[in-house]
Design a protein around this ligand. Structure first.
Ligand code: AMP
Length: 191
């Protein structure tokens, strides 16, 4: 089983790259953001609650996303592996993911961390907001809040994986193809 974390700030290109990686390596793509947006579209209780956090650019509570991920892992028992996109976003989530995987006799092979500077992130998110209509991508103040929460709460997850020698930084600036090639080079070393 090959389990990878695709990490990076909002707008780093995680979704695009995780889709390609999942196809090439036959992995299940688990994006907590996508699952939450499905819950919102289906107007579930979870979705209605999560939307309040998401619209403000805040994180959804750890327990909510941890339970979502555990359920998805158990729904895909025969998978070749998983690529986690947008999860874990806090050290508590990273610890919980380790526990979930250990209980099932597997582990994370690597954290691939896309590195993109703040100026590129803001431009990419506003462009995505114009195209997709995602409400949290349209307001520079909300985007700023997401980037600052990333720096405060999410960036420390790097230390968690670095201490396990699983942190692999990847330059996230360039064409989709160039970035994909860099990611595959790193994956081919750990797979
Ligand atoms: P994303 O599509 O990954 O940019 O996620 C969109 C929004 O969903 C985030 O700004 C958070 O409000 C919420 N979200 C997604 N993943 C997580 C997570 N792992 N932990 C907490 N909140 C999350």
């Amino acid at each position: 089983m090959l389990n990878l974390v695709l990490f990076g700030p909002p707008g780093a290109g995680k979704g695009t790259q995780a889709t390609r990686i999942s196809e090439k390596y036959q992995l299940i793509h688990l994006s907590t953001g996508d699952i939450l947006r499905e819950e919102i579209a289906a107007e579930t209780e979870l979705g209605v609650e999560a939307k309040k956090n998401m619209d403000r650019g805040e994180l959804v509570p750890d327990l909510v996303v941890i339970n979502m991920i555990a359920t998805k892992i158990d729904e895909n028992k025969n998978a070749n592996g998983f690529i986690f996109d947008g999860f874990p976003r806090s050290t508590a989530q990273a610890e919980a993911l380790d526990t979930i995987l250990v209980e099932r006799g597997v582990s994370i092979a690597a954290m691939l961390a896309l590195e993109v500077d703040n100026e590129h992130l803001m431009q990419r998110l506003l462009r995505r907001g114009r195209k997709s209509g995602r409400p949290d991508d349209q307001n520079p103040a909300i985007i700023g809040n997401r980037i600052s929460i990333y720096n405060k709460t999410t960036a420390p997850v790097i230390d968690f994986y670095a201490s396990q020698n699983k942190y692999l930084p990847v330059n996230g600036i360039g064409t989709i193809e160039e970035i994909f090639d860099r990611l595959c080079t790193s994956i081919d070393v750990v797979k």
